[in-house]
Ligand binder design. Structure first.
Ligand SMILES: NC(=O)c1ccc[n+]([C@@H]2O[C@H](COP(=O)([O-])OP(=O)(O)OC[C@H]3O[C@@H](n4cnc5c(N)ncnc54)[C@H](OP(=O)(O)O)[C@@H]3O)[C@@H](O)[C@H]2O)c1
Length: 332
């Protein structure tokens, strides 16, 4: 079978489309024929290297850790799934950055980590929504749930996670201010519920936010990181919450904790979705809740841009140029 592998860290050119051997599924494993594989920004971080990893990763390595597909074989002792089941997974039990391997036509996955896909959710939808939706769920259910009328600033509101957060915050009655990279992304963010959009590459978002809500926003939800996080303290209301969930522009520099007092008794979070999904049963429950919200139309299906898996290199290039709005899915 074919897989996209890297033999060393580097630019998109290190992604290599290769023939590999996959052993039969071991005890507790199911072999999944992938039909839709998520491209996540963390795949780019893994490919680049030196981001979250403390120890060197074993090479060659197959990136990716989120996919949907069908079970085609099961190993000894598997009771959770059977051949023919439609399933999806996010990570395989360790951290999302560890034990990757989704950029492949097939993969052996611990059966306990597979969630069944409902009939109303297509494979592409599942791959588009699982990690991004569960990251959003972690934020709105565990960290900050908007109250009706709260102003919330969502950076990169037209990103994969940003579009889901925008819809979820609107569902709770928030007024959403979204920063976006261009006019087309502004249109898409508004289509998904953003009340205001700010072209943050063209104008300073702090005065732009203050013009909309002089008292400041109740919360900032930020997947951009380095370019936006620290400044966001200047447009957050007293007792507001700042959530940095991602680093598309790079790591947030260290922040002096005294700033939280000086800027308004703020609180600050840096969630990692792996802690939220650690337990396999919990993962399945959270997926079922997420899929139900998609099926009910609370979270509109975000149209995913697709690439053949063999063209993952181009997909990475486009993602690094911030060309996409919404999720990207690779088709094996
Ligand atoms: N904490 C967690 O567990 C968790 C889970 C999932 C994702 N994440 C992280 O959340 C972030 C967003 O994920 P996503 O899936 O929404 O990503 P995405 O769809 O690829 O969107 C990233 C967006 O960030 C903006 N951006 C700003 N500076 C950028 C730069 N230098 N390079 C590329 N993009 C830049 C761009 O939007 P504009 O053009 O509008 O500026 C871009 O579209 C990533 O850092 C990802 O690793 C974290």
């Amino acid at each position: 079978m074919k897989a996209m592998r890297i033999h060393s860290h580097g630019g998109p050119e290190v992604l290599s489309w290769e023939d590999i051997e996959l052993p039969p599924p071991g005890p507790g494993e199911a072999r999944v024929r992938h039909t839709a594989i998520a491209l996540n920004f963390s795949d780019i971080n893994i490919r680049r290297g030196g981001f979250y990893q403390k120890d060197p990763l074993p090479m060659p390595l197959i990136p990716g850790n989120e996919a949907a597909g069908v079970v085609i074989a099961v190993g000894p002792g598997v009771t959770e799934v059977k051949i023919g089941d439609r399933v999806g997974y996010v990570g395989v039990g360790a951290g999302f950055f560890a034990k990757t391997g989704a950029y492949a036509q097939e993969r052996n996955v611990p059966a306990s980590r597979l969630a069944h896909l409902p009939d109303g959710i297509s494979d592409v939808q599942a791959a588009a929504v699982m990690l991004k939706g569960l990251t959003s769920s972690n934020i709105v259910n565990k960290i900050y749930r908007p109250e009706r009328g709260d102003h919330v600033l969502i950076h990169a509101a037209a990103s994969g996670v940003g579009l889901i957060l925008t819809q979820w915050c609107k569902h709770f009655g928030a007024v959403v201010i979204g920063t976006v990279g261009n006019d087309e992304k502004a249109r898409i963010a508004r289509e998904h519920g953003a009340d205001h959009t700010i072209l943050y590459r063209q104008e300073d978002f702090v005065p732009a936010v203050k013009k909309i809500v002089p008292a400041g926003v109740r919360a900032v939800l930020d997947g951009v990181g380095k370019d936006t996080f620290e400044k966001s303290m200047d447009c957050t209301a007293p007792f507001g919450t700042l959530v940095n969930y991602g680093n598309a522009s790079g790591h947030v520099p260290p922040i002096d904790i005294m700033q939280l007092s000086l800027k308004g008794t703020l609180s600050m979070w840096r969630p990692g979705v792996s802690h939220f999904l650690g337990d396999a049963d919990r993962f399945k429950t959270l997926c079922a809740e997420l899929f139900a919200l998609v099926e009910k139309g609370v979270l509109k299906t975000v149209a995913a841009r697709t690439y053949p898996l063999g063209e993952a290199r181009q997909a990475h290039i486009d993602a690094e140029r911030a060309e996409h709005a919404g999720p990207v899915v690779l088709i094996p």
